[in-house]
Write a protein that binds this ligand. Structure first.
Ligand code: DON
Length: 307
């Protein structure tokens, strides 16, 4: 894939995605998220050799939100191994919304919904919440090849004040023995992780490392174990876009993960990582313009992994 061609096709896709400007709503159930410009827009594509194209709002920092669930899962798998992790959380998609309490029977359906990520957060090692969170920050810095990763305190405070649903999920998981440590601490770590501030290039770089089988883009270091990458990408393909995951996979054709901050990351194994940022969401909590742009470049850049 020649970088010039990529840039041309991306420009075309950005242009045609303009018809979605103004469609959808920004998330407001976390009040601070409603304070962004709804029409912010950016896209970054990073090839597995480190070449990249950045378009639009490349300097805006937004909260990572549910894309942190990918990081939570990676760290939980590295810290505890897959047997332990999947004794606590399932591997199957669910038809319910991302913050529903319903997909929990004996455990959460999968690690990429709230209940599942609260579970994986409970498995992250560290003496206390501060140490665990600093390990998460280090991981994000390491995988994004950037030191400039921030903590968005206003977003954190806003979610902590309003997140009764996640609090009830954490307490419920504790009551059925899935969470073994303090439920408030687990919730705190989960919300802190969602409040990490990133930009499009940093997320696209993380996506590119995943596309590179977990290797750094200079090829020198295995940053994530291959088995962990394999599990993570499979779950992103099956569950990364919530109750829309099947339809999205048919239309777009590569593993992705969305966040209510407005970003989507997409992994095209062996080729590139992509991050779109556009805060207006559909009813599943996925960015509308981002999704449409990814659908278009899947075709024009021939990125669908199935054909
Ligand atoms: O827990 C929440 O509801 C948010 N912090 C994250 C949800 C989210 O990003 C859903 N994704 N599209």
């Amino acid at each position: 894939m020649n970088i010039k061609t990529i840039e041309e096709k991306l420009d075309d896709a950005i242009l045609s995605s303009k018809k979605y400007i103004g469609i959808g709503e920004v998330a407001s159930y976390i009040p601070e998220l409603a304070n962004v410009d709804a029409d912010n827009f950016g896209v970054a594509l990073v090839k597995t050799n480190g070449e990249m194209v950045l378009k639009g709002d490349k300097d805006i920092k937004f909260s990572i939100q549910s894309i942190s669930k990918v990081i939570d899962l990676i760290i939980a798998l590295e810290d505890r191994g897959k047997e332990k992790v999947f004794s606590k959380v399932g591997m199957e998609p669910t038809e319910y919304k991302f913050n529903s309490i319903r997909p929990i029977s004996d455990r959460a359906a999968n690690p990429l919904i709230n209940a599942g990520a609260i579970t994986t957060c409970s498995l992250i090692k560290g003496a206390d919440v501060d140490e665990k969170f600093s390990r998460v920050m280090e991981k994000v810095k390491n995988l994004s090849n950037s030191k400039d990763i921030v903590f968005l305190e206003e977003v954190y405070n806003s979610e902590m004040k309003t997140t009764d649903i996640n609090r009830s999920i954490a307490y419920y998981l504790k009551s059925i023995g899935i969470i073994e440590n303090n439920a408030d601490d687990v919730l705190d770590l989960y919300v802190r992780n969602c409040s990490i501030g990133v930009d499009i290039k940093q997320l696209a770089w993380i996506a590119a490392v995943l596309a590179n089988g977990g290797k750094s883009l200079d090829g020198k270091e295995q940053l994530i174990d291959k088995e962990v990458v394999k599990i993570t990408l499979a779950l992103m393909a099956a569950c990364g876009m919530y109750e829309e995951s099947g339809k999205y996979l048919i239309e777009v054709g590569f593993p992705s993960k969305s966040g209510v901050g407005g970003a989507i990351i997409a992994i095209i194994p062996g080729k590139c990582g992509v991050c779109t940022y556009s805060p207006r969401l559909d009813k599943s909590g996925n960015s509308i313009r981002g999704k449409e742009l990814l659908k278009e470049i899947s075709q024009t850049l021939d990125l669908n992994i199935f054909i």
